[in-house]
Design a protein. Structure first.
Length: 455
């Protein structure tokens, strides 16, 4: 900062506005000065009983520093501008030191105290202009006092030369420090500018990506929806051909027709799954307070005959959370997919599915565990990808889209989904729902009666 602009109002406010780390330094200086200033007076009087000492003055100055220290804890204005009050105190402190040294004709004891005070006070100034002003004022005052004081007990030339040397060293060190600070500020500003530019670029790209995702979701929905129309046409004509070719009694023609029907059905299932996958995007999502007991009951009623079998046992907790903020239709689909998979990929005579949950600080954690065929560990990281299948369609029907849909639903709810499995020892799916989605309190609702076993 140039000397010309040093005394502008904005510059003064900026200079005296004290950073938090400087507040600690100034408080420490205040405590040390409060202790040593009166103590040094007693020590000087003890060393030289003939010395002229004004202990009342020391206690008044000490009282000023004690007041500044206490107010810095209580009053925001004093804490924010502690540099200003400290500088005033330092000038009062040093002017008094020069005066008491004059009264005592700069005896060696008082001269030592003067040097200690001059050096320690200089440490507090945070820039070279402030330090230069302090050094010029105190050196000029000291030079005047030394030259006008009779019977000095120290060599005036050595005293002034020593003080000038100390002042020069202080200003030189502060200049180097100021240069380094300016370089650091320039570097920090450059880094901040780069971060700001990259942040804006990242936000722009994120916005573009979100728009593209929305476009892809709409495209997937429209494409899957439109594909169903020609499939229905193909299916209808295949059925007509089948009825006509049945009259011919040709087994090869019948086999070919069956292949076509099976292929059309598989394509219809794939299109339906793609259509469902496109519907679970974030576009149009509306979170609301949901009673999980009621939501799970809706899922179980929808599964119907899939779970109401003698070889299937579904174990649920006594009650689910009363209030979870979520998109209910998506969570219904998520739970339904996991239960259907637990039953489908299970060749045991007695199929067991356990659903549990636990509450954590920021998430709800749900687990769906089965005693099914399990999966090799090397495939676990890929099962949530689109069209990833570990088995042929003949072994276990499906399109490989279900778990990708589950992952997308969980991510829409600020959570994660993971799996633990071992071949022959079943599979456990765990997913979380973020509590940060909470937007309102849910009204208490009566949970639907379940026909499943509760443990």
């Amino acid at each position: 900062m140039s000397f010309k602009n040093y005394f502008t109002l904005d510059a003064l406010k900026h200079r005296f506005l004290t950073p938090q780390y400087d507040v600690y330094v100034l408080r420490s200086f205040t405590i040390l000065l409060t202790f040593f200033f009166p103590f040094f007076g007693f020590a000087l009087k003890y060393a030289d009983p003939n010395a002229t000492e004004f202990l009342s003055h020391r206690f008044l100055i000490t009282g000023y520093w004690v007041t500044i220290g206490i107010l810095s804890f209580k009053v925001d204005f004093v804490r924010n501008y502690m540099t200003f009050f400290t500088n005033i105190g330092l000038y009062i402190f040093m002017i008094w030191i020069v005066w008491i040294c004059k009264v005592n004709h700069f005896t060696p004891e008082y001269t030592i105290g003067f040097f200690l005070s001059f050096c320690s006070a200089g440490i507090i100034f945070r820039n070279r202009i402030s330090l230069s002003i302090y050094a010029i004022v105190i050196l000029s005052l000291t030079a005047f006092v030394v030259l006008t004081t009779p019977n000095l007990e120290v060599n005036s030339s050595i005293l002034l030369l020593s003080m000038s040397a100390i002042g020069f060293v202080y200003v030189a060190v502060m200049s180097a420090r100021s240069f380094i600070n300016n370089e650091l500020e320039t570097l920090n500003q450059t880094l901040e500018d780069k971060v700001a530019v990259r942040t804006r670029l990242a936000e722009k790209r994120a916005k573009e990506l979100a728009e593209k995702n929305q476009e892809l979701e709409r495209f997937a929905y429209v494409a899957s929806h439109d594909l169903k129309s020609p499939l229905r046409t193909i299916d209808g004509f295949v059925n007509l051909l089948t009825r006509k070719t049945d009259k011919l009694g040709d087994p090869e023609i019948k086999e070919y027709s069956n292949f076509i029907v099976a292929g059309v059905n598989r394509m219809k299932q794939t299109v339906d799954d793609l259509l469902e996958y496109s519907r679970v995007g974030k576009v149009g999502m509306k979170f609301k307070a949901v009673d999980m007991d009621r939501l799970v009951a809706v899922v179980l009623n929808g599964l119907g005959s899939s779970i109401n079998r003698p070889d299937v046992q579904l174990n649920l907790p006594l009650s689910f959370p009363k209030v979870i903020i979520c998109e209910s239709r998506q969570i219904e689909q998520l739970i339904q997919n996991l239960i259907e998979n637990a039953i489908k990929f299970n060749t045991s005579d007695y199929k067991l599915v356990n659903i549990s949950f636990e509450e954590r600080e920021n998430f709800w954690v749900f687990k769906v565990k089965d005693n099914g065929i399990g999966m090799p560990k090397k495939h676990l990281k890929n099962i949530f990808e689109m069209f990833k299948r570990l088995h042929t369609f003949e072994e276990f029907p499906g399109t490989g889209i279900g778990l990708a849909t589950c992952k997308r639903i969980v991510e829409n709810h600020g959570g994660k989904i993971s799996v633990q499995s071992e071949v022959g020892n079943g599979t456990t799916f765990m997913f979380t729902i973020s509590k940060k989605l909470q937007i309102a309190s849910a009204n208490k609702t009566n949970s639907l009666k379940k026909t499943t076993i509760r443990v």
